[in-house]
Write a protein that binds this ligand. Sequence first.
Ligand code: HEC
Ligand code: HEC
Length: 510
Amino acid sequence: MSSMKGIIRMSLFGIVINTLTGCDLFDKDSEEKRTAKSNNGVEQNIANQVRAVARSAGVTSDAADGVDIPNIKDPLPQLGMRLFFSKALSGNKDTACATCHHPTMGGGDNLPLSIGVDSVDHDVLGVGRLHRSDAHEYDGGPPVPRNAPTSFNMALWDDFIFHDGRIESMAKEVGQNGASDTSGIVTPDNTDGGFNIMVGKNLTMAQSRFPVTSKEEMKGFDVQPDGSTQDIRDLIINRLIGRNGHEADLEKNDWLTEFRIAYDVPNASAEEIITDPNMFNAIAEYERSLTFTNSPWTKFLEGDDTALNDNARSGAILFFKSASNGGAGCVTCHSGNNLTDERFHVLAVPQIGRGKEANQMDQGRWYVTKDDDDRFAFRTPSLLNVSVTGPWGHSGAYSSLDAMVRHHLNPEKAVRNYDYSQLPSGVQVDKMFENTGPAIIALNRLREKGKSKLPEVSLSDDEINDLIAFLEALTDPCVTDRECMSSWIPTGNDPDGLRLIGKDINGNLL
Ligand code: HEC
Ligand code: HEC
């Protein structure tokens, strides 16, 4: 399709010819030198062209450049890490943030849809994690309606959090993670852009206050069934302080020591230091330290021509070129250094699982704006580290990057031919067609009105493989290296004895 690709193929061909004919017919040495030189020239040329198309699409450097990233070695993220891994933050002490956002699982749980509270074995993560059959609202499938996105690179979001963007920064200043001196953050608690620390000083902190309030994620179905979002946060705080009837909730409690160290106030009382903002700020600083952008792609952008192989380069060109210029037009939505426009688009990814309505429907962004054009729209994900954040899509419907990329090219066909065997058993699929059909209709309607940014392109299998090679080059090697990730997994003092020690179904530690 693109002429670039032709050039790459030619240069490979050139090498083959040279090896085959590099014998007595030629002055071997000088011929090899000449060929090497011209190959280098072509290589260099292609590398520069990849950078040029990326640059013209506004993608120029490390997505973390200019962003304030906390150091995991510092006391505050250390406290946040212990909180993130503690099941004491859930109503029935059975679920931690790390249950669905484990650092060794790409910051997710490797499941299409999560199982939070009422699990059979609280510490088993990933495929094989089971919902207890005597649990509230048990239906054999996962209770959480959407795929758990990665908790990596949270510091790089400036505008919207969650698949439907129900947490929004009013300021949307570049590189500020939603923080601003002059305007606030909208959350489901606070729909008028409230501006105070209790909402969160940045988007990551604002988000961290919600998982504890979700009955299927952490709160539990029987804990304060009629309580407000703040009631359950207060319960957790009271539990960590050990007051108001929660003295016996924890068999062991070193949280006061931990909070004093983190906030460097050695003599503070529990009431002074174990507070709602201090808890969620620490969790957010831990998450913001989980920033992984040192990928081959970043190295390539910074000038290392060897960081991308031929396929990944061809894939990059397809990714950044618009469909009208012979590319695949991915950058229309996956734009900027973080490869997301932080906006909402209808893709009609198969709607599986429990959904957000009684009939298992999920209308995404529409719940927030009630604008008809937003029905079935979901936020464009960042693609950094995407090779480790599967399954993909808001419902986790796709378990391979190949299927996820192909879906973009022809959503209707992809839904019609959807391969259910990629799902673990139990995931609710009986209403898939019924609930995805309206999303396809919505996409077609937007296309007719010229309001969809999803280009209609067809790509060859080779081109799709090139795109995937590019996507794989977006992964920071640290995230697949247990040793490198160990800084973000707590060891040593366990403040309440409720630390999640993640293991797979065979009992292997994660
Ligand atoms: C039972 C699984 C589960 C648990 C436990 C859980 N989460 Fe999540 N998390 C999810 C799901 C599912 C979503 C997506 C929800 C949506 O978009 O509507 C999500 C979304 C997020 C996001 C937004 C990411 C983005 O790109 O917008 C962050 C950050 C996050 N969770 C952090 C946390 C923290 C912090 C905790 C603990 C206080 C936590 N999660 C506990 C499943 C879980
Ligand atoms: C119209 C905007 C748009 C275009 C163009 C687009 N995407 Fe997407 N992409 C999205 C949205 C929105 C999602 C999330 C859909 C959902 O959650 O249901 C997504 C999801 C993905 C995912 C899954 C990420 C995850 O974490 O789940 C991958 C991979 C991806 N896109 C790659 C591509 C590639 C490669 C191209 C070019 C062929 C492309 N996208 C073009 C909007 C777009």
